[in-house]
Ligand binder design. Structure first.
Ligand SMILES: O=C1O[C@H](COP(=O)(O)O)[C@@H](O)[C@H](O)[C@H]1O
Length: 253
C-alpha cells in the first residue's frame, strides 16, 4: 500500500497528503462511495456536485467501478465554462470518466445549461431552480472540487462578485477569456462531504498559502472546506516539506 499522510498542525487547515494521484483516486472514491451509502440509508436519493478539470478524472473512474446504486444518485455540476457548445468542458470530463462508465441514468444527469447564450443570467436562475427541487437542506450531499494554480476553487475567483452573492448559482466575470457558471459558497459549504483535490507541483504555492493562513486569494477554498472539509493533495502539490508517510492512515472522512 502506498503511504498516506496527514498534515494538521494545531490551528491550521487539514490537508491530507498522498504519494500519488492513484492513491488520491482510491481514497477519494472510497470516501465518496461511503458517503453515498450513508446518505441512502437516510433518504431516497443522494446528490453529488462534481467539478471538471484533469485532477478528479482518476477518482471518477474508480468511483464508476464501485457498487453504487446509481439509479438513486443525481449528478450536478459545481462549475463550467459558458460556451457555444451544448455542454461545457467540465461536463465532458464528468460524463467521460464517471457517467458513461457507470451507466448513470439519463434522468439523473443534470449538466449546467452553459450553452444557453445569449443570457447566462437566466440559465443560472434556471439551474438554481433545479437545485431547489433536488437538494435537501439547500446543499448537495457531496462536493468534489479542484484547485487552480492561483488558488481558486470551482469557478470562484479572487475578487469576483460571485464570491459575495447569496444566489446559489452565479455567472462570473471573464477569467482567462472565459465566463463561467458556478455554484456559490452558500450552497457548496453545506455539503456533508467536501473534498478538494490538487495534484502536481503547479499547485504547491496555492497549497502552501492555504496552509499558512488567511491569504485573501484562498477565501473560496477556506469557505468551501470550512472546519471539516478535506484538501487532498499529492506529494508534489504539498511541496518538499511533505510529512513522513504513515502507510496505515485511513482515507479521509
Ligand atoms: O480552472 C479550473 O481549474 C480547476 C483545476 O483544474 P485541474 O485541471 O488542475 O484539476 C478546476 O477544478 C476548476 O473547476 C476550474 O475552474
Amino acid at each position: 500500500m502506498e503511504p498516506h499522510m496527514t498534515s494538521q498542525p494545531v490551528g491550521r487547515p487539514r490537508v491530507s497528503v498522498v504519494e500519488t494521484v492513484e492513491r488520491m483516486a482510491r481514497d477519494a472514491s472510497t470516501a465518496i462511495a461511503r458517503h453515498i451509502g450513508q446518505t441512502l440509508e437516510q433518504r431516497d436519493i443522494c446528490v453529488l456536485a462534481l467539478t471538471g478539470g484533469s485532477t478528479p478524472a482518476a477518482t471518477y473512474e474508480q468511483l464508476a467501478r464501485m457498487p453504487v446504486p446509481w439509479e438513486r444518485v443525481h449528478i450536478v455540476q459545481t462549475d463550467d465554462h459558458i460556451t457555444d457548445e451544448a455542454h461545457g468542458p467540465s461536463w465532458q470530463v464528468i460524463r467521460k470518466h464517471l457517467l458513461d462508465p457507470a451507466a448513470v441514468p439519463a434522468g439523473n444527469r443534470h449538466p449546467m445549461p452553459t450553452g444557453s447564450r445569449p443570457d447566462p443570467g437566466d440559465a443560472a436562475e434556471s439551474y438554481a431552480r433545479l437545485l431547489g427541487l433536488l437538494l435537501v437542506g439547500g446543499a448537495p450531499d457531496v462536493v468534489v472540487a479542484g484547485l487552480g494554480e492561483d488558488g481558486h476553487t470551482v469557478s470562484l475567483f479572487h475578487g469576483d462578485p460571485a464570491l459575495e452573492t447569496d444566489d446559489w448559482v452565479a455567472v462570473t466575470q471573464p477569467y482567462q477569456n472565459t465566463v463561467r457558471m458556478t455554484l456559490t459558497l452558500p450552497v457548496l459549504s453545506g455539503a456533508g462531504l467536501r473534498m478538494v483535490l490538487a495534484a502536481g507541483g503547479g499547485k504547491a504555492s496555492a497549497v502552501r498559502a492555504h496552509r499558512q493562513g488567511d491569504d485573501p486569494r484562498l477565501a473560496a477554498l477556506r469557505g468551501l472546506l470550512g472546519p471539516d472539509g478535506t484538501l487532498l493533495v499529492d506529494r508534489a502539490a504539498f511541496g518538499p516539506e511533505a510529512p513522513v508517510a504513515d502507510p496505515h492512515a485511513p482515507p479521509p472522512r
